[in-house]
Design a protein around this ligand. Structure first.
Ligand code: FAD
Length: 463
């Protein structure tokens, strides 16, 4: 079937393309998984357009894969069975901003930075900040988080309502404008994190937050990663409302100094931030400084200047890119497990020991306040031994996280990479998830080959 010819009868011709460069752009994301071309890319401008695309796909049993900014790290947006890639770049508007209700309704293609640029004018901000400038649709779809989740929560905590086009073309709302509700099943919770496998989002209503009157950042340096982790646990258990608490090991800081031109001490560190009023922040920061000294802190440096603070967090957000761009022949792979915070020191030590065991070059960093950390490991994709080592390392860290009661992914999602761990993590609950997928998407057209290992995967028919 010539999808292009058929789709231009459903949409206008400038909304459908088979341009090779555009197909190539939609064949991959930021993960290490192999690219796969879609047959066609479409650019909807409204929910009605999305409804037409999904209805068409359902009638013709063609896979549809939503595409946000393509920054996913587990191959989520790769159209592994071809079909239609839906790009949301033309649906990137704020639909309604209600500052007095701390609510904004947006189209899914808006990116987090675009949104925050607009919100700033109203003294508001949206706190979820993955390292990339991801789209709100993609972030909702992967239940993304970032450096501020320790204080404000993850995407699932911010979403009041989603407008979703279902596989059969029906359009539903999963919530309301109310800040809380005890009505019905929690469909927001189900659709957030569904990675495009249950429905396509066309409108997202988010909770907002006021920009704090005072923001103070600090860097605390330690002799070991273990000291950092133990400090983080003490800060949390002391009940201090920390807004950001990031672990960055010596290897990471070395890389960031090279990439970002910073001159941070190249030792294991915590990057910290406090949100509130000046008096409260000063008291909290001093309390934290005292806790740090009890854990062998060697330096505690305040970053009160807003430019220095911005530089600190930009350097942190650019960390992944700093490794990626260091050597074009090498790739990096990141692990993303999450464990109860009391077990964090154990697994961080374990991860460092395994990286050393395999003789790999790798860093340990992460959103330590949530029990979520990453390793970033450099490897040569052409070297079979290297590939085997990073595969084994990833599996070992996931297995260890399970033994500690943790999850195989804290924020990057399942996509293709973590599908093989779903049975181990969820047991019989995975069968319930498979039943849900069959209920919402009986023809398995919505982002097939991701998140849920479906038995009939290969049976998807194409005309
Ligand atoms: C340098 C770097 C740092 C990162 N740091 C973090 C981090 O700290 N925390 C974190 O959580 N992630 C992080 N990520 C991963 C990534 O940014 C997130 O997974 C993000 O949520 C993906 O958003 P996206 O717009 O790029 O989506 P895409 O990659 O385009 O798509 C992701 C998934 O969302 C689906 N999707 C997109 N739009 C819709 C829609 N409208 N309806 C339904 N489904 C849709 C896609 O089908 C796909 O399954 C990082 C990535 C990079 C490259």
């Amino acid at each position: 079937m010539d999808l292009f010819k058929k789709l231009i009868t459903v949409l206008s011709s400038d909304q459908v393309t088979v341009n090779p460069t555009i197909l190539e752009h939609h064949s991959k994301d930021e993960s290490h998984f192999s690219a796969h071309l879609p047959d066609v890319v479409v650019f909807p401008q409204s929910a009605a357009d999305v409804q037409k695309i999904v209805t068409f796909a359902s009638e013709h049993q063609v896979p549809v894969v939503p595409f946000g900014a393509g920054s996913g790290l587990e191959g989520h947006a790769i159209p592994v069975q071809g079909g239609i890639s839906i790009d949301f770049e033309r649906m990137n508007q704020i639909i309604e901003l209600r500052p007095e209700d701390l609510i904004v309704k947006v189209q899914p293609g808006i990116t987090r930075m675009q949104l925050n640029q607009e919100l700033k004018k109203h003294g508001l901000f949206f706190p979820v900040d993955p390292g990339a400038d991801a789209s709100i649709g993609g972030m909702a779809s992967t239940n993304a988080s970032g450096t501020q989740a320790v204080r404000y929560g993850v995407m699932r905590d911010q979403i009041l309502d989603l407008e979703v086009v279902l596989a059969d073309g029906r359009v539903i709302h999963t919530g309301s404008l109310a800040k809380k509700s005890s009505s019905g099943y929690h469909l927001n919770g189900l659709f957030v994190g569904s990675e495009g496998t249950l429905g396509v989002f066309t409108e997202i209503t988010l909770k907002l937050h006021g920009i704090p009157e005072s923001i103070v950042a600090a860097r605390a340096c330690f002799p070991s990663v273990k000291d950092c982790v133990e400090t983080a646990v003490s800060i949390l258990t002391a009940g201090i409302p920390i807004a950001r608490m990031e672990l960055v090991d010596a290897r990471s800081i070395m890389q960031v100094n090279q990439y970002s031109g910073t001159d941070f001490y190249e030792v294991p560190s915590l990057f910290l931030e406090f949100h509130g009023n000046e008096e409260g922040n000063t008291a909290d920061a001093l309390f934290v400084e005292a806790i740090c000294s009890e854990h062998n802190c060697t330096e505690f440096i305040f970053e009160k200047d807003s430019l220095k603070r911005a530089q600190l967090w930009k350097a942190r957000h650019d960390l992944s890119y700093s490794f990626r761009h260091a050597d074009p022949k090498k790739e990096i792979i990141g692990t993303d497990v999450c464990v109860p915070i009391s077990k964090l020191a154990d697994i961080v030590e374990y991860a460092r020991e395994r990286i050393h065991f395999y003789g790999l070059d790798g860093a340990v960093l992460g959103h330590i306040g949530d029990g979520n950390f990453h390793t970033l490991v450099v490897y040569d994709p052409e070297n079979a031994e290297d590939v085997q080592k990073i595969t084994d390392l990833n599996g070992e860290i996931v297995d260890f996280a399970f033994t500690l009661g943790g999850s195989c992914t804290g924020e990057h999602g399942v996509g293709m990479g973590k599908m093989k761990y779903q049975r181990q993590e969820h047991g019989e609950a995975l069968d319930v998830m498979i039943s849900m997928k069959q209920l919402f998407d009986p023809k398995n057209i919505l982002n097939p080959g991701k998140l849920i290992p479906m038995k009939q995967e290969s049976a998807l028919t194409r005309e």
